[in-house]
Structure formats: C-alpha cells, structure tokens
Design a protein around this ligand. Sequence first.
Ligand SMILES: O=C(O)CCC(=O)C(=O)O
Ligand SMILES: [Fe+2]
Length: 363
Amino acid sequence: MEGNLPQQQCHPVTTAIEKDDLVIPIIDFGPFLHGTPADKHEVAMSVVHAFKTSGFLYLSNHGVPPSVVSHVFGTSARFFARPQAQKDSLCWTTPQANRGYVKTGQEKLRTVEEDDGDNDDDDVAESRSIPDLKETMEIGREGVAGLPNRWPEHLDAAGQEFKAVMLSFFERCKALHTAVMRAIALGMHLPEHYFDSSVDAGDNNLRLLHYPAVDKRVFRDNPWQVRAGEHSDYGSITLLFQDGRGGLQVRSPRGTFVDATPVADTVVVNAGDLLARWSNDTIKSTRHRVVEPPRVVVEDGKDDDDDDTGVYPDRYSIAYFCNPNNDQMIEAIPGTYGEDIRPLKYPGITAGDYLVQRLTATY
Ligand SMILES: O=C(O)CCC(=O)C(=O)O
Ligand SMILES: [Fe+2]
C-alpha cells in the first residue's frame, strides 16, 4: 500500500521525531512478538508504513533485554580501551571477509559518486579528505569456512568473554532480524514466513562503534568534520542500539539533517539499500550520519556550551547489519511492480555480490 495508511489499520504508534517532513515513529513490537494475528497485522502495517515513508523507526519491547544491551555496551567499551597494538593485531583485511578491527580513517563512507549534487566538487573533495572520528570492530557470521572472526580470545580472559558475549548477542539480533522480516512480509501482504528461507543463514554483520572523546574546537574549526559521514546502509535492515549521547542525524525529505534523539530501551531500525532494491524502491533507504551531540538550549536562551571549550565525551553505538543470505537472488518482491503499479527497476543480483561491490567501494 502506498502513501498514507488509514490510521485505524495501524497499531497505535508514538511519534519520536517529527521535523521537516521527516516522521519517525516509536512502534511497540511486543504485540507482534506475543499478540494475536490481528495484533501482528497491525504492527506489521505500521512497520511497513514507516519503512515506506521515512525509512526509519524505533522499536520498543523488541525482545532484547536492556540488561543484555547494557552488558554488550560495557564489553564493547572494554575492547576499545585496549592498547592500540592489540586492536591493530585484529585488523580488518578484505571486503569478502569484512571482519576485524577498523581504525580511524580506514572506512570512507562518503564517496564522490554517491554525492547528491548539492555540493560543488571542491567541497566534496574536502569532505572526503577528512576521516570519520570513529573506530569499529566488525563481527561476521561465525563458522564460515575461510572467513574467521578476529576474536581477542588468545589475549586474555576478557578476550574470551568478549567472544562469548558477542556470539550470544549476534544470535539475539538474528532472531530480531527474522521477526522484523516477518513483519515486513505481513505488511507487504505476503505470507508471514515469506522471507524466512531468504535470511535464515544469518549472513549479518555486528559492528561495534566507538567515537572517541573529541575537543569541541575540532568541530568548531572544521565545518566538514563529522563523527560518521553521511551514508545509507547497504543491506536489508540495520538494528542500531545507541547510547544516550546523541549525534545521529537522518536526512529529511527537505534535505536537512534531523536529530534522531536516543530513546531509552529502543532499537532504531532502518532500511538499507538492498531492501530498497528488493522492494523495487517502495521502501526507502534513508541517508544518515553522526555528528557531535546536539546543543542543549538552557532557559536563558543560551546554549549549554556557548564557550566551545572542553570535549564532547565518547559515544558508543552498536549496529547489527542484517542481510539476506549470501546466495539469495534479490529480485523485486511480488506486489511491488507491474503494469498498474510501477515498472521493474533493477535486474536480479545475489545479495553477496551486491554487498561485496558496495564494501569494495568503501574501504
Ligand atoms: O553510530 C551510529 O549511531 C550510526 C552508525 C551508522 O550509521 C553505521 O555504522 O552505518
Ligand atoms: Fe548507517
């Protein structure tokens, strides 16, 4: 269903963000996981409506307990606090593997080809030359022949715990991915289990992100400096857990960047380019970036940090990039194309080939 959905068919949703024509809802996923078929259907309609309009939503009651999320954040912070040489010994190697530690500056999110034309060439060149202020740890599906994860397990007991915590979290996120794909199927008038066999391998990628503390002057003196450059995600959907710092921004239909403020105990879910392609562009893969935390305006009308001195504290986030199975042929989902609807826009491609192409352009 295109455009506005009649409200009565939607599960009641709260609006988290509404600015410059960008509306991002908070959707209670509990009734999808535990409710009646009618509950499930309503939630599914809300989820697909959000993916077709903003491409972003927040899910509450998503089934991953807050205590688990907080333990994963702690484990991630302890990993990034390791000496640089230890982290470098686990470094990311190839797009095919896409596993390991990525130091500041290794990933180039904003590419000239992808620029949308509202900057002149000099600006783009300048923005490209400034690395993101982040380091990441990429964890892929465990047990793939020839593509080992780069665990710190040989280093010490904390390294072994890291592996156990991340493997268990990977499985929890995989279950949530399957559930969200079921919601998408129902919301697109397909059988609930339509996508199950296309995503059951779990060819997903768990990315731990650390944005180090940074002197406020770095942002003040360089208008191009960001923590993570503007991009869209490549896969089907992303489950994004943020800490309370803020800084994530989503491109609005008007072209402005709108703060996607952290909402406690929710996961941000956004559609990626492969889901947009799979849905014949009925679902939106919306661009986003991470900048310094938003300014808080205090009562006298002044910013809380008018003097621009000091540092912005560290920010941590966890992105679980969900993908179809590597060998899944991505061809437009039934109901998204046809004579009376819209033409078929893309030839088929396997998910694995598509993702390696995108990663090759990025590193
Ligand atoms: O750190 C965040 O909040 C967003 C990270 C992100 O968009 C990404 O890694 O693709
Ligand atoms: Fe992203």
